[in-house]
Design a binder for this molecule. Structure first.
Ligand SMILES: Cc1cc2nc3c(=O)[nH]c(=O)nc-3n(C[C@H](O)[C@H](O)[C@H](O)COP(=O)(O)OP(=O)(O)OC[C@H]3O[C@@H](n4cnc5c(N)ncnc54)[C@H](O)[C@@H]3O)c2cc1C
Length: 413
C-alpha cells in the first residue's frame, strides 16, 4: 500500500481511542476522522455497571476516555452522534446515516457490539433494559429509588456487577440465572459460591435454574416476569445482562460472507489487526482474532480492546507490534474487586488454591506452570501471577499453596 495519508476510525471507545492516540504519538501527521454514533462521545464503558449505577450524579464526562482538549491537540476531526450506515471495504468508503460519504486510505472498525436481548415475549417493553452505553446506564439509574424492585437477568460479570451496584443503591434486586450457579462458567465453583453468598448476604434474591416465559406489563406500570413453572415476580424494571453481539450491520451481505468469522460473528483479522481487504482494520470487541492454537475468538474486555487499538496503529504505521500483554480482566461487584489473568481453567486438576486472607487466590497450573489466576480484593496476587505467566516460570504447586512463601519470590522462578 502507498503511504497512508488519511485514516477513518469508526468507534470512539477503548480500541478506537487507543488507536488514534498511538497514531499521533507514533508521529502520524495525516488526517484522522473519528466517528461514533454515540452523541456522548468517548467514555469508559466499565463504569456503566459500577460508578454510574451507584452514583446518579456521575456523567459520561466524569468517565471520559479522552479529554476534549487532547482531541483538539491531536488535531482529530470528531463526528460524535453520527452513525455509520455502510462501509465499502473495496473503495474504502463509509456512508453516514445522514447520507454523507467519507473515504480514506485506511479505515479502522472499532465498533464493539450491541447488548443481546433474549427473544422473549414482552422483551421490547420500555421497562426491559440492557446495559451497553451511557444512555442505557443513565436511564436505568434514573429509575432507581430506595426499594425499587429490579430483576437482573444473567449470571455473567455484567449481571453480577449490575446486581451488586443496584443493590448498593438501595434497589431490591432479584438476580435471575438459567443455571445453578452464576459465574460458574467463568470462575472456580467454590469462589463463585462465596461471591454469590456475599451478594445474597447484602439482600440480593437469587433465582437460579429459571426459564422465563414472558414479560407482561401491569396496569400500574410494573412488569410481571412469568416463569415456565407458573411462578411470577413483579418488578419495576428488568435488566438483561446476557452478553453482546458484534456490531457490523454496515456491511452488505456479500461483504459479510467474506469478512466475518462464522463462529464468533466478528470481523476476522490477522496478527496485524488487518482484514482481508487492504487498508481495512478491525480492533476490540468486534474483531475476531486467531489464537496460537488455531482457534478464533473475540475478546470482550477492556485491556484487550486497548491493546488491539495500539497494535492497529503500529500496523498502520508499519512499526514493530507492541508486545502482547498477559490477558487481564477485572470485575467490581459492590465491595468485591475481582481480578483475573491468563486462562482460568475450570478443571479441578489444574486448580491450586492459596488461602490468603479472607479470599483464597486460585491459580490454574498446567505442568508446573501458572497459566491463570483469580483473586478477590487482592490485586497484588494477580500481578504476581501475571509475572509468573509472562516469565513462564517453573513452580511447584506446593510453593503456591505455602503462604510462608511470598508470591513475589516466585515471580522470577
Ligand atoms: C456495562 C459494561 C461493563 C464492563 N465492565 C468491564 C470491566 O469491568 N472490565 C473489563 O475488562 N471490561 C469491561 N467491559 C468490557 C469493555 O468495556 C469492552 O471490552 C470495551 O469497551 C470494548 O471496547 P471497543 O472499543 O472494542 O468497543 P465498544 O466499547 O463497544 O465501543 C464501540 C463504539 O463504536 C460505536 N459504534 C458502533 N457501531 C457504530 C456505527 N455503525 N457508527 C458509528 N459508531 C458506531 C459505539 O457507539 C461505541 O462507542 C464492560 C462492558 C460493559 C458494556
Amino acid at each position: 500500500m502507498n503511504e497512508v495519508e488519511s485514516v477513518i476510525v469508526v468507534g470512539a471507545s477503548a480500541a478506537g481511542i487507543n488507536c488514534v492516540r498511538q497514531l499521533r504519538n507514533g508521529g502520524f501527521l495525516g488526517d484522522i476522522t473519528l466517528i461514533d454514533k454515540d452523541k456522548n462521545g468517548a467514555y469508559e464503558r466499565p463504569p456503566l455497571s459500577k460508578q454510574i449505577l451507584m452514583n446518579a450524579e456521575t456523567t459520561s464526562k466524569d468517565v471520559a476516555l479522552i479529554k476534549d482538549d487532547e482531541l483538539v491537540a491531536f488535531n482529530i476531526n470528531t463526528q460524535f452522534g453520527a452513525c455509520v450506515d455502510q462501509v465499502d471495504p473495496v473503495s474504502r468508503k463509509v456512508t453516514l446515516e445522514s447520507g454523507e460519504e467519507l473515504s480514506a486510505d485506511v479505515i479502522v472498525l472499532a465498533t464493539g457490539g450491541e447488548a443481546r436481548r433474549l427473544p422473549i415475549e414482552g422483551a421490547n417493553l420500555s421497562q426491559v433494559l440492557v446495559l451497553r452505553n451511557y444512555e442505557d446506564a443513565h436511564n436505568l439509574r434514573q429509575r432507581i429509588k430506595p426499594n425499587t424492585r429490579v430483576a437482573v437477568i444473567g449470571g455473567g460479570f455484567i449481571g453480577a456487577e449490575t446486581t451488586a451496584s443496584l443493590s448498593q443503591s438501595g434497589a431490591l434486586v432479584h438476580w435471575l440465572d438459567a443455571v445453578e450457579l452464576p459465574m460458574a462458567h467463568l470462575l472456580p465453583e467454590a469462589l463463585c459460591e462465596k461471591i454469590v453468598e456475599n451478594h445474597c448476604g447484602q439482600g440480593v434474591e437469587l433465582v437460579t435454574n429459571c426459564r422465563i416465559n414472558k414479560f407482561i406489563e401491569q396496569a400500574d406500570g410494573r412488569v410481571s416476569i412469568l416463569f415456565d413453572d407458573d411462578t411470577a415476580i413483579d418488578v419495576d424494571a428488568v435488566v438483561m445482562g446476557v452478553g453482546m453481539i458484534p456490531g457490523t450491520p454496515y456491511f452488505s451481505d456479500a461483504i459479510k460472507s467474506q469478512i466475518l468469522n462464522e463462529t464468533t460473528g466478528g470481523i476476522q483479522v490477522d496478527e496485524n489487526q488487518a482484514t482481508m481487504f487492504p487498508g481495512i482494520y478491525a480492533a476490540g470487541d468486534v474483531a475476531a482474532v486467531t489464537q496460537p492454537d488455531g482457534s478464533t475468538i473475540r475478546h470482550e474486555h477492556w485491556q484487550s480492546a486497548q491493546y488491539q487499538g495500539e497494535r492497529t496503529a503500529a500496523s498502520i504505521l508499519n512499526e514493530a507490534l507492541p508486545p502482547e500483554p498477559v490477558d487481564w480482566f477485572w470485575s467490581d461487584q459492590g465491595d468485591l474487586h475481582i481480578e483475573m489473568a491468563g486462562k482460568i481453567l475450570p478443571t479441578k486438576e489444574h486448580l491450586v488454591v492459596r488461602d490468603e486472607g479472607d479470599w483464597p487466590v486460585y491459580f490454574s497450573v498446567v505442568d508446573n506452570r501458572v497459566v491463570g489466576a483469580v483473586s478477590v480484593n487482592n490485586p497484588n496476587a494477580v500481578r504476581a501471577a501475571m509475572r509468573m505467566i509472562k516469565n513462564d516460570v517453573h513452580i511447584e504447586p506446593s510453593q503456591l499453596v505455602d503462604i510462608e512463601v511470598p508470591l513475589r519470590k516466585l515471580m522470577r522462578g
